[in-house]
Design a protein around this ligand. Sequence first.
Ligand SMILES: Nc1ncnc2c1ncn2[C@@H]1O[C@H](COP(=O)(O)OP(=O)(O)O)[C@@H](O)[C@H]1O
Ligand SMILES: [Mg+2]
Length: 377
Amino acid sequence: MPDPRVIQTIGILGGGQLAMMLAEAAKPLGLVCVALDPNPDCPASHACEVIVGGYTDAEALDRLAARCDAVTYEFENVPVASARRIATRKPVYPDPIALETAQDRLNERRMFERLGIRSPEMRAVASLDELADAAASVGAPAILKSRREGYDGKGQSVLRSPDDAERAWIAVGRVPAILDRMVSFERELSVIATRARDGSVVVYPLNQNQHANGILCVTRAPAAETGGLQADAEAAARAILAELNYVGTLAVEFFQIGKGEGATLLANEIAPRVHNTGHWTIEGARTSQFENHMRAVAGIELGPGDPLGHAAMVNIIGAHESDETRDAHANAHWHDYHKPARAGRKLGHVTVVGSSPGERDRAVRSLLDAVAVGGPA
Ligand SMILES: Nc1ncnc2c1ncn2[C@@H]1O[C@H](COP(=O)(O)OP(=O)(O)O)[C@@H](O)[C@H]1O
Ligand SMILES: [Mg+2]
């Protein structure tokens, strides 16, 4: 093992837009990144070297390990065995245990339970009979979610009544799943936090998120009127970070139930990586989630997460924005992921930082009129 204090080259499993933004954040810190991705033209290829190979390609994994002083990952479906293979040669941050937990919704919810973090009522199901049983006890409406490989609302099906059980079971692919009671939330919130190797933690202000068709379209941060919820989210994030002996940036998604004094949070899921709801931190916070992730992995002191104003991030989904739209929003920060357009695909994002929530929200409305944020998935 190399001396972990002299980390200079960081490997990234995955070469998507998150790897691209990690590599961009690493440069001013004097760190070099190398991503592993099957696609030579992946988004990260615009920001760093890419080793072209599959995530189970032992030779490619070994080449990445040989090239780097430490390795991280940018998506949670990296095969755990691949992360563990690298971990026998070089430090992997966050520890692959975080991958193992986040790859299975049931493991994730059991961790919440263990840590006393409240989440929606749910039942684990492994057959149509079990689903029919669970539907009767959880009640309707409910959401069936595959335990593995779901993202952006994929691998999910809503049960309007227990009679929908068979249709939902088939829609999700007849795989082990959880049946979640559909909660009627006030809004969706998430918290981003980074933990360094020495255990110090930086927590960002709560993000308020809007989804369409299961895909994030807008994040506003700091979320308004969070009251005691910020402290609750922070406590949950700190407990999870400690439980997973985590090094790097993590996201926790919540539903807010109730308003005002009586408001509470239910944790939905975690992402063991930098997160779409934290993209605003590039321009909107003292230190971005990407920079803090790289600082944590490299063993450098974390930077403060204080917001610089009232930020919003709008995802560009399915179709690229026009030059006219960019010109008309010259104060906005446009990020292009260098991906070919495809329905339902995240192609980029745009961030605005206002001096007041009102100014920010006017910019958001104008952006939402101008860019594609939904479209058929
Ligand atoms: N129990 C639930 N009650 C109400 N809405 C839900 C529930 N679970 C998921 N959703 C909605 O579906 C979206 C996607 O679900 P999520 O569990 O976050 O899966 P993923 O983001 O991995 O696709 C959530 O952001 C939320 O809008
Ligand atoms: Mg989610």
